[in-house]
Design a protein around this ligand. Structure first.
Ligand code: AMP
Ligand code: MN
Ligand code: MN
Ligand code: MN
Length: 277
């Protein structure tokens, strides 16, 4: 049987909308046979996802999407086939939750200066035990009519260079890659074209990522065109990285991105799943 992979998505333990169970069931309904749950900086949804996956007969790959810093910029590293109980990785998720809470306090303070009070209370309540993300702030700004949409919230307040942006020192990329590898996983550079790097900086990033032990790069993502796939495939082959495919699904209301709705991985790219143990 040929598998249908989706190796990047989010549940409501980070900034996704569906519970891990709902997410797995939806993936199954979309024909996905092998799914990686990759919540931002947390593995808290994996147990529930595993149970649901066993029930419907989906292969669940334990994943995470780690926020990482390299040269003072933020990058996302997806870990696939990790062991969430590996102590350094688990401890890192606890630390990242703290970093995220402290960042949330700073974002809320900046919003308050813009005469938008109440954000911290709202996002802590909405996130509960899970990770507070900028998506939670975006939802707060929408529901209180400060902006018209999530995108508008990022464009006017939350994106880099906007009034409520807070630069964050995440774990250094080398360290994040190490946690993933040491726990038994494969480290994959997420959505490489979203960082808007020049070719020169992309080469530097991929060189450093390789040196750190990175083994994969996302080649097919949820909403990419043929040229983007071609470029990412070139990066994969130039740097001898395996190619991954992942929708980055967050929310069923987003009609552009669906679980498992992915172009095939180009045949000249080594599939990342060949590296799974
Ligand atoms: P955080 O990791 O808390 O900084 O939040 C990052 C998340 O916000 C990403 O994973 C996306 O889901 C979302 N995000 C980032 N930039 C944008 C944007 N320009 N528009 C909509 N969502 C965004
Ligand atoms: Mn997200
Ligand atoms: Mn990401
Ligand atoms: Mn993601």
């Amino acid at each position: 049987m040929t598998e249908k992979y989706d190796l990047h998505c989010h549940s409501n333990v980070s900034d996704g909308v569906l519970s891990p169970t709902e997410l797995v069931r939806r993936a199954h309904g979309q024909g996905v046979t092998a799914l990686a749950l990759t919540d931002h900086d947390t593995t808290a949804g994996l147990d529930e996802a595993k149970t649901a996956a066993t029930e419907v007969g989906v292969k669940l790959i334990a994943g995470i999407e780690l926020s990482a810093s390299w040269k003072d910029k933020t990058f996302h590293i997806v870990g696939l086939g990790i062991n969430p109980d590996y102590p350094p990785l688990f401890d890192a998720t606890r630390q990242l939750q703290l970093i995220r809470f402290e960042r949330a306090e700073q974002i809320a303070a900046k919003l308050e200066k813009k005469r938008i009070p109440g954000a911290l209370e709202a996002v802590t309540k909405a996130a509960g035990d899970s990770m507070i993300t900028r998506t939670h702030f975006a939802d707060f700004l929408v529901s209180h009519f400060h902006v018209s949409s999530q995108q508008d919230a990022f464009d006017r307040y939350l994106a880099k260079g906007k009034p409520a942006y807070v630069a964050t020192a995440w774990a250094e990329m080398e360290l994040a890659v190490n946690w993933i590898i040491q726990s038994g996983g494969v480290a994959v550079l997420a959505h490489p074209l979203r960082y808007k790097l020049t070719p020169k900086w992309m080469n530097r990033l991929l060189t450093a990522f390789k040196q750190a032990g990175g083994q994969g790069i996302e080649v097919v993502t949820g909403r990419c065109n043929a040229d983007e796939i071609k470029l990412a495939a070139k990066y994969a082959n130039d740097f001898e990285l395996a190619g991954s495919v992942g929708s980055d699904f967050h929310n069923p209301a987003n009609q552009w991105i669906e679980l498992g709705r992915l172009a095939p991985l180009p045949v000249n790219v080594k599939p990342v799943w060949e590296l799974f143990g």
